[in-house]
Design a protein around this ligand. Structure first.
Ligand code: ADP
Length: 235
């Protein structure tokens, strides 16, 4: 039985913009497990990014509790939350945020230079299938290749958790599949618990666990006994 990596109880996030209060998360109870690839589905505005940001220590809950293993994140001081993020979490966003003047290898090196037990940049890039692109600049890479550099950068510090917000959102199906392959390899070879937000409901077929959100609430959780490979996923 896999160990639990995250638990939330009654997790609530209210954005108070003065005129209106938005319940972005409305009492979410969930458990996520080590080594699993989890997909978060739900319409725009249903609370997926808010959840990801709280799990990653980028944002605070309004009420309720979040644990990373035995450590409670809710109520942590900012300094401790920053250390948690630095030591345990990698992020991948829809847009790759690479430094245009640095090569793929140098972009990854920005992280490995300040990490405790990092991979070599070349090793991280090889893992995502970019061994032949080490010295290319972002402008010389396709969108999918740039996203794979971003994945290599996120995992080079060997985080236990990889949080991905619409990682294929800007990609066509062919390059999107390559990005999903890279996420699958990271999940399988490094054992990184991977959480992926997507609008593409087909991607749920490659997940161990599927969470559906609606209006800040979590619906029934789906666990897949058999999974499709990224190449089998229709866009
Ligand atoms: P999703 O990722 O599913 O699209 P979000 O978590 O981004 O949903 O947003 C959930 C709800 O919270 C939405 O109604 C959104 O408009 C609102 N929201 C998100 N961030 C903010 C913010 N910084 N200020 C005010 N409202 C926000």
């Amino acid at each position: 039985m896999a160990q639990r990596i995250f638990r939330t109880i009654g997790l609530t996030k209210i954005y108070d913009t003065g005129k209106v209060k938005v319940h972005a998360l409305d009492g979410v109870d969930l458990d996520l497990y080590e080594g699993e690839l989890t997909v978060l589905l739900g319409p725009s505005g249903s609370g997926k990014s808010t959840l990801l940001n709280i799990l990653g220590g980028l944002d605070n809950a309004t009420s309720g509790q979040v644990w990373f293993r035995e450590t409670e994140l809710t109520g942590m001081r900012d300094r401790d939350l920053t250390a948690y993020r630095r030591d345990h979490v990698g992020f991948v966003f829809q847009f790759y945020n690479l430094v245009a003047s640095l090569t793929a290898r140098e972009n990854v090196q920005l992280v490995t230079d300040v990490s405790r037990n990092p991979m070599q940049p070349a090793e991280a890039l090889a893992l995502v299938g970019l061994d032949a692109r080490l010295d290319h600049f972002p402008a010389e890479l396709s969108g999918g290749e740039q996203q794979r550099v971003a994945i290599a950068r996120a995992i080079a510090k060997r985080p236990e958790v990889l949080l991905c917000d619409e990682p294929t959102g800007a990609l066509d199906s062919k390059t999107g599949v390559q990005v999903l392959e890279a996420l699958k390899i990271v999940n399988e070879q490094l054992g990184t618990a991977t959480i992926v937000i997507t609008h593409n409901a087909m991607i749920r077929k490659m997940a161990h666990r599927v969470l559906r959100f609606q209006d800040g609430r979590l619906g029934p959780v789906e666990v897949n006994d058999t999974r499709l490979s990224p190449a089998e996923i229709e866009w």
